[in-house]
Design a protein around this ligand. Structure first.
Ligand code: RIB
Ligand code: CA
Length: 312
């Protein structure tokens, strides 16, 4: 399998960290850089967490660039209740020895794509502010994007309210820019990520790997697991962002549907909703996204365990 050139955009957070660990462990992903946005926590904390995770698990030679500290229009809403005051739950990592790249997120992505001989896949797993700014500031760069594989949205459910998912909720205007951009989008929304949960048995398997990745993930999942089990119908915690990376590695494990996806920025009760038209009689020429609907959860968990084991 040829290496896939990737730039991830994260708001590290617990599941962002797991997604980074998975991506950095894979011989099939050429992680050319990581850009950071505010979301799960304020930018100072998401950039610190990302530097810590990349340095400790990635060897420190992967560039990390700082992006937007707030959404395009809304004030920042961040989620300390789910990811904790640090953004990584109760997990502790050594102080990072690396610092942020000299370029900001948008110019880092632009420069990296312009210098790349092949198209690059963008994997945003937080609010889409950085990606929207890139597309607005440098429209020509679309030609160097292979596709955008994002975590966010939901065809049939929300987690901030009945219809809106967190990443879309934080920056609906940015999401609309991205979905209207004409770039090929793979949407890993709640329809699939809420089926990608880790049970306590799965967490104990991850811990039993005995590696630094297994120890970190098991600790980070602690309060995250409790919050999900106590506040959702799930028998475990949803590892949302790792699903976007899993799509790159094993799309055959994932059921998808083509759709026309529009982001509502005018509604009161529906502000930030990803409205997914999958009707059989729709105008299929308007389809702008591949929406992920289901995953082989057992294989997903085995992949996470294998990724943690690889850090022996
Ligand atoms: O709704 C889940 C998403 O919001 C995930 O990306 C999580 O990290 C948070 O950013
Ligand atoms: Ca995230």
């Amino acid at each position: 399998m040829k290496k896939i050139p990737v730039i991830m955009d994260v708001d590290t957070g617990i599941d962002d960290a797991v997604a980074l660990i998975l991506a950095m462990s894979s011989p099939h992903i050429d992680l050319k850089g990581v850009t950071v946005v505010a979301g799960n926590q304020i930018l100072d904390k998401t950039i610190y967490n990302t530097l810590s995770v990349v340095d400790y698990f990635g060897g420190g030679d992967i560039p990390v660039a700082k992006g937007a500290s707030k959404p395009l229009v809304k004030e920042l809403y961040y989620d300390a209740a789910t990811h904790g005051e640090s953004g990584l739950g109760t997990a502790q990592l050594p102080k990072p020895a690396i610092t942020a790249h000299r370029l900001d997120a948008v110019d880092f992505i632009k420069e990296t794509l312009e210098n790349s001989e092949e198209k690059v896949t963008l994997v945003p797993v937080g609010p889409l502010t950085n990606i929207a700014l890139l597309l607005m500031c440098y429209p020509h760069i679309k030609e160097k994007i292979d596709k955008i594989v994002m975590m966010g949205g939901g065809a049939f459910e929300g987690n901030m309210n009945a219809v809106c998912e967190f990443n879309m909720f934080v920056d609906p205007e940015a999401a609309q820019v991205v979905f209207d951009s004409g770039v090929d989008i793979v949407m890993c929304g709640l329809d699939i990520t809420m089926k990608s949960y880790t049970t306590m048995e799965d967490i104990l398997r991850i811990k039993a790997t005995g590696t630094k990745a297994g120890e970190f993930c098991a600790e980070a999942f602690g309060v995250y697991y409790d919050r999900y089990v106590n506040n959702s119908r799930l028998p475990g915690c949803a590892v949302h962002d790792a699903v976007a990376v899993t799509y790159l590695l094993h799309p055959e494990w994932i059921h998808t549907e083509r759709a026309n996806v529009k982001v509502d920025i005018d509604g009161t009760e529906t502000y930030g909703q990803t409205v997914c038209d999958m009707r059989p009689n729709r105008n299929r020429h308007l389809d702008n996204a591949t929406v992920c609907m289901d995953i082989d959860r057992e294989k997903f968990i085995d992949l996470l365990v294998a990724a943690c084991e690889s850090y022996k």
